[in-house]
Write a new protein. Structure first.
Length: 910
């Protein structure tokens, strides 16, 4: 029966074989000398006390985005060529037996360490794949041809156990929304200054937050939990830093409106680089806080990528692709989830950081490196009382043996009777989890002691349901997995209600890498088929003594056989080679190993090797398991399996539901959601030009300059200067920047109201005459602020007398000439230029005749606009026009309108 390729299982060695990597590492790692034994030979003969179990958690920088050779859940981008795989290959080249379990996932946030992550629903051909490792898979809808399947990932912390020697991770980038920063600061078509600023501000706020919700506390909490709750005291943790996303290049985002005015400017490169440096500081603070809280030095912080990747980042400036980039550059591939992630060369640099900065110091391995998960599956029908007692009485001895022979062990208890819908007995049950995995012997004894033997009217029982429940438990990765069934009755084959058969149980057990099923008591052919199919034993037992002896025999055998692994899972394209590796396998006795490969699990050996790699090219599509039998020099054998999907493009998505079946796109990116993947879509909707108004400046923002000003008013008269006011003579080298005025210091002898557009009103205090000042600064669109400039305000004495001549032509011909008897005309000047003429006055034109004149003249660019109203007691005349003004400080002359209908005035102050 075919098993769906899993979307996430233990990855103990990558598809890059150790022998190839040894050559690569010899050229790239200064600490890998020439002539170093290759990883294959080292793994084949490694001593049992040198095995290192590495677990990787975290986000896309740990999973492997950008490295290629992806496996597991397609949304996770786990790679068999990522930096952790390369580092483990280097460990093997140093003579260590090592394996790596990658549970990091693209898009991962620190909350995924603690809780499940829903990867959403996706279509699969036929039925949903069998959940493995950290997956929880449920069928949402199925019609027999296509199923909609939901996949959740278990909390990442569940993958870290007492059998783990070393934890590697990057975390926190997605908490501050790394992908949004990249997209809205650097990606053509999505970037703009406002959104980039908002994203960087959000990230800064989370990193500056020292409370429970800040990044520092989130990281510290994970580190403390790893030390106190998950790892042995001798295990180690390495927290790796992130690289700078952009080099030290001039990259300023600007936005100009429809009128061509720049209304927003943001120095994206410098701000994002400051953010990157802060991230390294926050990591260091989290490590220090965690070690202080637990009172132990257990974390190695490796921030070297921050500086090491400088000059190797993508260059966001148009036409400036980096030929020496260690990142996947935008538009280099259509797989947008890999953009701004390390490419294969970048992953090698991360591996170098680990080898140089941490080396082989993966804790102090215990005497025996292997670990074991063991589940008792117990028939609780009426005749099983003696067996239940025997199992309970033997638990302490089993625990003692496992404590001595493993680095970590766990036990669980499952019981079963029969299908009540079949037997009609309400006390029957098909299966039940009585004790989840634990290392607490007392809890296991209690669970077994609470079992009650009853029922069982017919002879066969629902053993397959019991086994199915056991197989679905959350097994650890990188450990041996054993199941012991205790029964005196055969299994229903097929089982009523569930319709389970022996072949179903074998397939499910193999899919978890595998879980070896042993049978104690009944030697019926159906259960014997399950044992044989998984590499287990069938041991006859008629009494409690036989049961105890059988338990001891099975435990001893499981500890003595080699540990076999063939990796997590594989994807391959038809006609292209795929390399299988079992280099994480080892013999507890320290012997050498041989390997038999079965590429389609048909029971026929396709190749036998003395090194832990084998390369095969599939000539047709295949979906199922690849198997390796690992045999020690003592003749003991263990089996490992891994699911594989072979199709057109080898991206892990079945051709029948692949939105781009001819080209590898594991993320199934489809920006325009038209059902055709971006990689195959000529109209994908991915923009190739910037948004309207957005452009890039390749020079840093210039600071504006405020220039001194001078204005004049009279005692008791408020001075009002319209926009641009003080900004009229200020400058900014960045053409189009919008300048705003800000008060720096207030005047001492009056009040000031200064608007952002430069206009202001100054009111001198009553009776004041003299020189007053205030200072102001200007700020541009990028928030750059000038040095202060001084505005000088001259408050002149009130003139004692004015004489006015006003002449208007046209139909309402008017001539007024005389002294001002009431009121005053105010002439406002700035930099010796008249800005406005305002006021209402009464002029004594001749004896017995007074004329009221209202002046409202304002500067309008290089000319003036005037509105003058004349009232002679009987008539009101209003004159409007544009014109010029001559002024020498004492005499002001204005001329407006045409020769025939124009008007003018002379104002003389004595």
């Amino acid at each position: 029966m075919l098993i769906r390729p899993p979307k996430g299982r233990t990855r103990r060695l990558g598809a890059f074989t150790a022998s190839i990597l040894t050559a690569v590492l010899a050229a790239t790692l200064s600490i890998a000398p020439s002539g170093q034994p290759d990883a294959s030979a080292a793994a084949a003969a490694a001593a049992p006390d040198s095995h290192v179990n590495v677990v990787v958690i975290g986000d896309s920088f740990s999973a492997g985005n950008g490295a290629g050779n992806y496996y597991g859940p397609t949304a996770c981008y786990r790679s068999s060529s990522n930096w952790s795989e390369r580092y483990v290959a280097w460990l093997q080249a140093q003579g260590l037996s090592a394996d790596v379990t990658d549970r990091a996932c693209s898009g991962g946030v620190t909350a995924n360490y603690w809780s499940e992550r829903d990867l959403g629903n996706r279509p699969e051909f036929a039925r949903c794949h069998t959940a493995t490792a950290d997956e929880i898979v449920k069928t949402v809808i199925t019609n027999g041809t296509t199923s909609i399947c939901n996949t959740k990932l278990r909390p990442q912390r569940d993958s870290v156990t007492a059998s783990t020697d070393l934890v590697l991770f990057t975390f926190g980038g997605n908490d501050v929304r790394f992908s949004n920063i990249v997209q809205e600061c650097f990606i053509v078509g999505d970037r703009n200054p406002g959104d980039c600023r908002s994203r960087v501000n959000y990230a800064n706020a989370l990193m500056d937050d020292t409370g429970a919700d800040g990044v520092r506390e989130r990281l510290k909490k994970i580190l403390v939990d790893l030390r106190r709750e998950r790892l042995r005291p001798d295990a180690k943790v390495v927290l790796l830093g992130y690289p700078q996303l952009v080099g030290d290049v001039p990259f300023v985002l600007k936005y100009k409106n429809l009128f061509g005015t720049v209304t927003d400017t943001y120095d994206a490169a410098s701000k994002v680089r400051l953010l990157g440096a802060k991230g390294a500081e926050v990591q260091a603070a989290a490590v220090a806080a965690a070690e202080a809280e637990v009172g132990a030095d257990f974390v190695t912080h490796l921030p070297q990528a921050l500086g090491l990747f400088d000059s190797h980042q993508p260059d966001p400036r148009a036409g400036h692709a980096n030929p020496d980039s260690w990142f996947v550059e935008p538009f280099q591939t259509i797989s947008t989830d890999t953009w701004y992630h390390p490419n294969p060369q970048g992953h090698q640099q991360y591996a170098n950081i680990l080898a140089d900065g941490f080396g082989t110091a993966a804790g102090t391995p215990v005497a025996t490196a292997q670990a074991l998960d063991l589940i008792f599956v117990i028939d609780t029908t009426g005749s099983m009382g003696g067996t239940i007692t025997a199992v309970k009485n033997r638990i302490n001895a089993v625990v003692d043996r496992l404590a001595a022979g493993t680095s970590a062990y766990r036990l669980a208890v499952v019981s079963y009777r029969d299908q009540p819908g079949y037997t009609g007995d309400p006390e029957d049950y098909p299966s039940r989890l009585d004790q989840a995995f634990t290392s607490d012997a007392a809890a296991v004894k209690t669970a077994v002691g609470n079992l009650e033997a009853a029922g069982g009217g017919d002879y066969p029982e629902s053993a397959y349901s019991g086994l199915d429940t056991a197989i679905k438990q959350p097994w650890r990765s990188g450990v041996k997995k054993q199941i012991i069934v205790f029964t005196d009755a055969p299994a229903h084959n097929p089982e009523p209600v569930s319709n389970l058969r022996a072949a179903d149980i074998v397939a499910a057990a193999l899919a978890v890498d595998p879980a070896v099923v042993n049978v104690v008591g009944n030697t019926d052919a159906a259960l014997a088929e399950v044992a044989a199919g998984t590499g287990g034993k069938v041991v006859a037992a008629v009494d409690g003594e036989d049961v105890s002896a059988a338990i001891d025999d099975i435990v001893e055998t499981s500890l003595a056989v080699p540990f076999a692994t063939i990796g997590d899972s594989y994807n391959a394209a038809i006609g292209k080679p795929v390399r299988f590796t079992a280099a994480g396998s080892y013999d507890p006795a320290g012997g050498t190993l041989t390997y038999k490969w079965d590429v389609d699990s048909d029971g026929t050996t396709d190749a036998t090797t003395t090194t832990p790699e084998f390369t095969h090219t599939y000539s047709a599509g295949y979906e199922g398991l690849v198997t390796v039998d690992v045999t020690s020099t003592s003749g003991k054998t263990a089996t490992a399996t891994a699911p594989i999907l072979v199709d057109q493009d080898g991206d892990g998505v079945q051709d029948q539901v692949d939105n781009c079946p001819a080209a590898a796109n594991p993320g199934q990116e489809d920006r325009d959601t038209d059902g055709t993947g971006d990689l195959c879509d000529t109209t994908s909707g991915i923009p190739t030009t910037d948004q309207e108004g957005v452009f890039v400046a390749e020079t840093a923002n210039s600071t504006p300059a405020a220039v001194a000003d001078a204005f004049t008013t009279e005692t008791g008269t408020a001075l009002t200067v319209p926009a641009p006011g003080v900004l009229a003579n200020d400058t900014d080298a960045d053409t189009g920047d919008t300048l705003t005025a800000n008060t720096a210091t207030a005047p001492r002898n009056g009040t000031l109201t200064l608007a952002s557009d430069g206009s202001f009103t100054y009111t001198p205090r009553k009776g004041y005459t003299g020189t007053d000042t205030f200072t102001y600064t200007v700020t541009d669109s990028a928030a750059a602020t000038s040095a202060p400039a001084t505005v000088t305000l001259t408050v002149a004495p009130q003139p004692t007398n004015q004489r006015i001549v006003f002449v208007a032509g046209g139909r309402d011909c008017l001539v007024v000439s005389g002294d001002v008897t009431v009121g005053k005309v105010t002439v406002t000047r700035a930099r010796n230029t008249v800005q406005s003429i305002t006021g209402t006055v009464t002029v004594k034109a001749r004896p017995g005749r007074n004329v009221e004149l209202v002046f409202n003249v304002v500067r309008d660019g290089r000319s003036y606009t005037a509105t003058i109203t004349a009232k002679d007691g009987r008539h009101v005349h209003t004159y409007r026009g544009k014109g010029t003004i001559y002024d020498n400080g004492k005499v002001t002359i204005g001329q407006f309108g045409s020769k025939r209908t124009g008007f003018g005035f002379v104002i003389k102050t004595r």
